[in-house]
Ligand binder design. Structure first.
Ligand SMILES: Cc1cc2nc3c(=O)[nH]c(=O)nc-3n(C[C@H](O)[C@H](O)[C@H](O)COP(=O)(O)OP(=O)(O)OC[C@H]3O[C@@H](n4cnc5c(N)ncnc54)[C@H](O)[C@@H]3O)c2cc1C
Length: 496
């Protein structure tokens, strides 16, 4: 008879650890299973990771957490997308919304219609055809009204939130469902001498915590997946060369924007993430280009508002573990890999990692086929996100120094090259299995970086330009009017 797992040990109490604890405690609500989480107050958490993608709604819904409770508990603001400044060229700005552009016209997708107009000499700004982008630019926010008949009014959104408050909130949730928290530093890990499976971890005070399934959420330390199981790390820094971040929290000096700001700098880029009670800032850069002191100086120049923390340096290498699930250990969060925070994807990858663990939850036989499938899916998902992020660097025409010029000239992974080639030809958007970013996101990048296809597809070519013009003007006007119905984000937050 198949023997079920009775005891799970989660190592680490950062965002990954508490998300895993909350989700597993919910999943096993009706089955008796013991979940213990070990975290060290002395080591603490990475303390960054405050912008998300829309998938977070599903996670909170799965846990039955109401949006209002979440916003209150984490000082959250809304995120309609990301503004990219100076990425294409200095003084150029574009927006990546969590939303589509326009509507199909005569059965032809909107982008192709837009392209047809461009090719016919009518210059329209693609961003004028996205309601979310226009709402964001005016610092407004409204929840989507699903009763409205026009798909033009449909868009998605995510949040900016205080990650440590979210972990606290999830801790409370998980503890109420029976998760046992153990504070203490792990000093050794015991493995079975014949199988290499992890059997227990030992804390500084000598306490031994044993388990059958171990979830490594120990952050960059990779205590189990790396230090113990010696799992290979696939290094992607040849495409994503930034290897440091300086993080700094400041006071709010203006109304929070309903979007994340990202602006390109000499050796990387800076983020600005406005929460209700403060702003998170950070400079992600390559240590081959500037020193730590130079990076700190640059960050301080480019932030406003009184400092609430001292600048903190975080080192990383872009990449992922070759395998996430090894023997009886699953890695989640920073222990499993890190793709730099340009598109705020780490928390979402934790979430999808948890989903895969639940979908393929092992029994005591630790079926190697199930494990291989989890690893295959994770590898694929990470690679898709990797390609999307690489595009941001590859497509730059900043021309300001060797760092940016080399990025523009670099060879990219074949999967990304195929996508770029197909798009440049006739606007075809290739979408592979397990894409985190859908067509509209890729379009926003191509458009933002002024990559225009050589031709449109025949169906678009056959459209009548005069009729297209009429419909496009109508869509644009409807969006302009729609924006006015949304309150400012500040008004919206006060109202809820
Ligand atoms: C610069 C930067 C910016 C980021 N921005 C974003 C963003 O905008 N959006 C996003 O989605 N993600 C972002 N991330 C990623 C995000 O921060 C992480 O994915 C998320 O916080 C999860 O971290 P974690 O729980 O894996 O690790 P951590 O927060 O580091 O937690 C590790 C845990 O392990 C424990 N631990 C470690 N060693 C031991 C030991 N020996 N004994 C006991 N306990 C131990 C620690 O005490 C801690 O509790 C960013 C990351 C960086 C580096």
């Amino acid at each position: 008879m198949v023997q079920q797992i009775q005891k799970i040990v989660i190592v680490g109490g950062g965002t990954a650890g508490w998300m895993a604890a909350a989700a597993l405690s919910k999943f096993f609500e009706s089955r008796k299973i013991s979940i213990q989480l070990v975290e060290s107050d002395d080591i603490g958490t990475v303390g960054v990771g405050e912008a998300t993608v829309p998938g977070i709604h599903q996670f909170n819904r799965y846990l039955d957490i109401s949006e209002l409770d979440f916003i209150k508990a984490t000082q959250a603001t809304f995120k309609l997308g990301i503004e990219f400044k100076d990425w294409f060229k200095q003084e150029h700005t574009f927006f990546h919304p969590f939303a589509d552009y326009g509507l199909p016209i005569n059965g032809v997708n909107f982008y192709q219609c837009w392209l047809k107009m461009q090719k016919s000499g009518y210059v329209y700004d693609l961003e004028d055809f996205c309601l979310a982008t226009q709402i964001a630019k005016q610092r407004r926010f409204a929840q989507v009204d699903h009763d409205l008949e026009t798909p033009l009014a449909l868009y998605n959104y995510a949040y900016h939130f205080d990650a440590s408050l979210y972990a606290k909130f999830l801790r409370n949730y998980a503890e109420q469902r029976g998760v046992i928290r153990q504070q203490g530093k792990i000093v050794s890990v015991a493995q079975n001498s014949s199988t290499g499976f992890i059997e227990s971890v030992t804390l500084t005070d000598g306490q031994v915590i044993s388990g059958q399934l171990f979830i490594d959420c120990s952050g960059f330390a990779g205590l189990l997946i790396d230090k113990t199981l010696k799992t290979e790390y696939i290094n992607w820094s040849k495409w994503l060369p930034c290897d440091r971040a300086i993080a700094l929290q400041t006071e709010n000096v203006e109304d929070a924007t309903p979007y994340t700001s990202s602006f390109a700098l000499t050796a990387g880029w800076q983020w600005k993430i406005p929460l209700q009670h403060r702003v998170g800032n950070g400079y992600v850069y390559s240590s081959n280009v500037i020193s730590e002191d130079e990076a700190i100086e640059s960050l301080l120049i480019n932030t406003s508002g009184a400092k609430l923390t001292s600048p903190r340096v975080i080192k990383f290498t872009a990449g992922m573990r070759k395998n996430f699930f090894v023997k009886n250990c699953v890695a989640l969060g920073l222990a499993s890999g890190f793709l730099e925070p340009l598109e705020s994807t780490s928390i979402s990858l934790i979430q999808t990692g948890i989903t895969k663990l639940i979908n393929y939850f092992p029994d005591m036989s630790f079926d190697s086929k199930k494990i291989a499938e989890v690893n295959r899916l994770n590898e694929m998902e990470y690679s898709r996100v990797r390609d999307f992020i690489i595009l941001h660097y590859k497509a730059n025409q900043r021309n300001v120094n060797d760092f940016w010029k080399a990025l523009a000239a670099m060879d990219v992974p074949e999967t990304l090259q195929n996508k770029m080639t197909a798009f440049k030809k006739d606007g075809t958007l290739i979408s592979y299995e397990l894409e985190s970013f859908q067509d509209a996101s890729w379009l926003s990048m191509y458009n933002g970086f002024k990559i225009t296809p050589e031709q449109c597809i025949p169906d678009a070519n056959n459209l009548d330009v005069t009729k297209l013009k009429q419909v496009m003007e109508k869509i644009k006007l409807a969006i302009q009017q729609g924006v006015l119905h949304a309150p400012t984000q500040k008004e919206f937050l006060s109202s809820i």
